[in-house]
Design a binder for this molecule. Structure first.
Ligand code: NAP
Length: 359
């Protein structure tokens, strides 16, 4: 496989730091540019991050030495230095929308972790194992933007990365209703216990905008390309409650589901075990070998024990049982800054690279 020069936009942030770690040893992608706000621009990345470095491993040496560029004012220059960028910034939604389009129009593809473009009809929102075919909409998006190379592709919100993969292989039974309560780690807010001590011994029953995303985004992932847009699925009916809980990394979900045709428990377990997507078939470098993993033990998966399964790229399920109101209930878990953010972004970029979208 060819190798590509890449940039990290938002490199000083929580997701940006994850990108730096994941890309420091990547076989295809070399980090040539790091960028953030004007507050950080001009400093070495390691100095701009300083004591905000929130990862267990130290900052990768070569990337830490790069000088931070200005993400909003150096767009043309950055676009000329790299083949594409990963973007994870904390700005107003309309500012992010405009910034990502500016990169795309400068012929620099954008793999985005931000929510700004998730609702844009010709921007694919891809979980590579579930809807890889949605990248074909990029042709229509390039026509709209008037670009040859530039485009925007996004990954979905971290909250849906556990229950949507678990439900995906079960769609053939006609999923009718889904209720999901999520228990989300503080790194999902770009925070640690040092920067958010109020979260110690606490649960906050509100995460701004999260329930709307958790209910609507699965319908885009399960949507279909029609002409020059992706048309959302109309089913299932999804309702959610999203809580912030005192864990550092890892989003858990308690899920209740009913079907048009109720499958046997063994059928569900078999479908989970046998499920493989395009990333597994193509053996993409960041793809987990076993994407969906079921734990038989009643007290698994646990956030602390199981979030790093397959380098944080696998999804874990447990406690599948029949329910009095719905057909079944179960719990599931995924790592929010790996599978749910930077890792999911890197896997999407690998899929796009393998399919020739950066050439
Ligand atoms: N954390 C997660 O688990 C997660 C999961 C999925 C998606 N996301 C999404 O990813 C994005 C980043 O999240 P995060 O948790 O990494 O946030 P974060 O830790 O607050 O980092 C934000 C980044 O944005 C940069 N930034 C802020 N204002 C800017 C500006 N005006 N111009 C250019 N850069 C600017 C910051 O640079 P400075 O340091 O210079 O201010 C920093 O690099 C958000 O859209 C978030 O919703 C996060």
């Amino acid at each position: 496989m060819k190798s590509y020069n890449v940039g990290i936009i938002g490199a000083t942030g929580m997701v940006g730091q994850r990108f730096a770690l994941l890309l420091s040893k990547h076989p295809w992608f070399n980090v040539k540019v790091v960028a953030a706000s004007s507050r950080s621009a001009g400093k070495k990345l390691k100095d701009a991050i300083g004591n905000k470095w929130a990862m267990q491993e130290p900052i990768p040496e070569e990337i830490g030495e790069l000088t931070v560029m200005d993400a909003t004012n150096d767009v043309e220059k950055i676009a000329s230095m790299v083949d594409f960028v990963f973007c994870a910034v904390n700005m107003k939604k309309d500012e992010i929308k405009a910034l990502e389009e500016k990169y795309a129009k400068a012929e620099c593809p954008v793999i985005s972790n931000n929510s700004a473009h998730r609702g844009t009809e010709d921007v694919p929102m891809v979980v590579p194992e579930l809807n890889p075919e949605h990248i074909e909409i990029i042709k229509a998006q390039r026509e709209r933007l008037g670009t040859k190379r530039g485009f925007i592709a996004v990954k979905s919100n971290c909250s849906i990365q556990s229950y949507v993969p678990a439900l995906h292989p079960l769609r053939k039974y006609g999923i009718k209703n889904v209720l999901a309560c999520t228990y989300q780690a503080i790194s999902g807010a770009g925070k640690t216990f040092e920067t958010w001590p109020e979260m110690i011994d606490n649960v906050i029953p509100y995460i701004g905008g999260e329930e709307e995303k958790s209910e609507n985004e699965p319908l885009k992932v399960w949507g279909k390309i029609e002409g020059n847009k992706i048309v959302n699925a109309t089913e299932p009916n999804i309702t959610t409650q999203c809580l912030r809980v005192p864990s550092s990394d890892g989003h858990m979900a308690a899920v209740f589901v009913s079907f048009d045709r109720k499958p046997a428990k063994e059928e569900i377990l078999k479908l989970w075990k046998e499920f493989k997507g395009v990333p597994q078939e193509l053996e993409l470098p960041s793809a987990p070998k076993q994407f969906l993993n079921y734990f038989e033990e009643d007290d698994r998966p646990q956030t602390k024990l199981d979030r790093m399964l397959e380098n944080g790229m696998a999804v874990s399920m447990g406690r599948l049982r029949e329910d009095k109101q719905y057909d079944y209930k179960f719990v599931c878990l995924s790592h929010n800054t790996l599978r749910g953010a930077a890792g999911g972004g890197v896997l999407l970029a690998e899929l796009l690279a393998a399919k020739g979208y950066f050439d």
